[in-house]
Design a protein around this ligand. Structure first.
Ligand SMILES: [Zn+2]
Length: 135
């Protein structure tokens, strides 16, 4: 199963990169939670596709995208996951994002290096981001 809070660690890098691009280009439209955990959205591209999925107890299930791709987690589904993550962030998480955005880059670099000392998982997150940038 794919866990919503950890989908970036669980899905293939290539799919993440494509989906992230779609999300950042603001191609995810009409993102809507019709009932708790039941999500739908339209993802634009060369054509528009409708994505539906449910998130129950952090598990991503009942995934549907009407694009012709065979993979369950196509780039449209991944783009919608990024959209949901942005929309459902807690106030504390949103405050954290603002704080990071306002922090001078040099200071941020020091923080990243300090956290990375003695935290292999965090170092792996940074390496993955570097790899995504290089694609
Ligand atoms: Zn798709």
């Amino acid at each position: 199963m794919i866990s919503f809070s950890r989908f970036e660690q669980q899905l293939p890098t290539k799919q993440l990169q494509k989906g992230r691009f779609y999300f950042e280009e603001e191609l995810v439209c009409n993102l809507n939670e019709s009932a708790p955990g039941i999500w739908s959205a339209d993802v634009s591209g060369k054509e528009d596709y409708r994505v539906q999925l449910t998130i129950t107890n952090d598990e991503v299930a009942q995934i549907h995208c009407d694009c012709p791709h065979e993979v369950e987690f196509c780039k449209h589904v991944v783009a919608v996951l990024y959209g949901i993550a942005e929309k459902t962030g807690t106030q504390e998480e949103k405050d954290f994002v603002r704080l990071v955005n306002e922090m001078p880059v040099e200071r941020l670099r020091e923080v990243v290096i300090r956290v990375g000392e003695g935290n292999g998982e965090f170092r792996e997150v940074v390496r993955t981001q570097q790899y995504l940038l290089s694609l």
